[in-house]
Write a protein that binds this ligand. Structure first.
Ligand code: PLP
Length: 389
């Protein structure tokens, strides 16, 4: 066995011994929020389809229409010959909804985040990321070769301190990086405060609006909408918008710059036409879904209140993402198993995705969950209280 294979084997065994070995489990959508997994029908509380529109007839219809008209793929990157006319349509619609000069559609959100910071920052830059920023943003910071630091979660005072450090003073430019709704804690950044901090410290601002897009803000299009002071806004289409891919909303000059300097756009095949069709339809649909957003917020509040009255910690969640913090990895695994036995899929999240001693179940509520499904979740959690007592 080669050295590499031996090392890999050791690492996999370590993962298994620590019960952190990850494997793919096949799922099949059944109906609404129900999925089939390992032969069992479960109610899915681990999906980011927050509005339940991934099965919406309008998205399917336009995906099919654009599939028929344009084919299954664009055949090249957008800078070569893959920039089909449908990109203009989607990007104009998106910019209007976000209240920005322009928008740029890209591949997966991971790809966008990994390639944005390397495009706009370099070894003379200083990057301050919120400690809970998504892995893709951290990877982007590392790849940019900037000096970078993580400020305490949602702590603007700590951010300011770091922006006043000598590393920051010696940099040619500074970036502040944060999510709007945090993917694992479900709490919200104070975007206006980040904007004023960026202004005051002559820093640029990048906000990842992935979990707010479709759910919060003007037009339901996120907490960054109509805030032109933000230099780079990223959002995804794979969560509340029901399909796949991501966008950057920004000024026209920034868009031109990215088209010239962002590897994730330049060196990657354009998104396939059926996906663009689903995105286009979602952009028509999302601003009309206020009733669904209201329901989503009410269901999340209901779940949070129930959890808190049972004594669970839900951290500072105020959105559709609700952590049930168990602390130990073992108890997160046990609680997930307990829920699964009662027909509920709610997966545990453990280190290294979250920090030590904050293992949790990450509940993802959708407007498509029925009242009965919410009741069964609450009753299964109450049972768990009995089991533990
Ligand atoms: C905050 C955040 N940004 C980016 C991504 C990546 O987006 P995508 O799934 O489109 O690659 C995720 C996905 O989990 C996320 O939570």
């Amino acid at each position: 066995m080669s050295n590499l294979a031996t090392l890999q084997q050791q690492m996999l065994v370590e993962r298994q011994n620590s019960r952190r070995f990850r494997k793919l489990t096949t799922t099949t959508p059944v109906n609404g929020m129900q999925i089939l997994r390992d032969g069992q029908t479960l109610v899915n509380f681990s999906s980011n389809d927050y509005l339940g529109i991934s099965q919406h007839p309008l998205l399917k219809e336009r995906a099919t229409e654009w599939l028929e008209k344009y084919g299954t793929g664009c055949g090249a990157s957008r800078l070569i010959s893959g920039n089909f006319d449908i990109f203009d349509r989607v990007e104009e619609k998106l910019a209007k909804l976000k209240g920005t000069e322009t928008a740029l559609v890209m591949g997966a959100g991971f790809q966008t985040n990994v390639s944005l910071l390397p495009a706009v920052a370099n070894d003379k830059s200083f990057i301050c990321c919120d400690r809970l920023s998504h892995n893709s943003l951290l990877q982007g910071a590392i790849l940019s070769q900037s000096s970078w630091t993580r400020f305490h979660h949602n702590d603007v005072l700590d951010l300011k301190k770091r922006l006043e450090s000598s590393a920051s003073a010696n940099a040619e430019n500074r970036w502040i990086v944060s999510e709007s709704v945090f993917s694992m804690d479900g709490d919200v950044a104070d975007i206006d405060q980040l904007i004023s901090t960026a202004n005051h410290h002559d820093a640029q601002l990048l906000i990842d609006d992935a979990h707010a897009t479709g759910v919060l803000g003007v037009n339901g299009m996120g907490l960054t909408s109509f805030k032109p002071e933000i230099d780079l806004i990223v959002g995804t289409f794979g969560k509340a918008l029901g399909s796949y891919g991501s966008y950057v909303a920004c000024s026209k000059q920034m868009r031109d710059y990215l088209i010239n300097f962002c590897g994730g756009l330049i060196y990657s095949t354009a998104l396939p036409p059926p996906i663009l069709g689903a995105i286009d339809a979602a952009l028509d649909l999302v601003p009309t879904l206020d009733a669904e957003r209201k329901r989503l917020s009410e269901l999340a509040t209901f779940a949070r209140n129930e959890l808190q009255s049972m004594g669970f910690s839900t951290l500072n969640s105020s959105t559709q993402i609700i952590p049930i913090v168990t602390g130990s990895e073992e108890s997160a695994l046990q609680l997930s198993q307990h829920l699964e036995e009662r027909g509920i899929l709610a997966l545990p999240i453990r280190p290294p995705t979250v920090s030590n001693s904050t293992s949790r179940i990450r509940l993802s509520i959708s407007a498509a969950h029925t009242d009965e499904q919410m009741e069964s979740l609450v009753s299964a959690l109450k049972d768990w209280g009995q089991v533990k007592r």
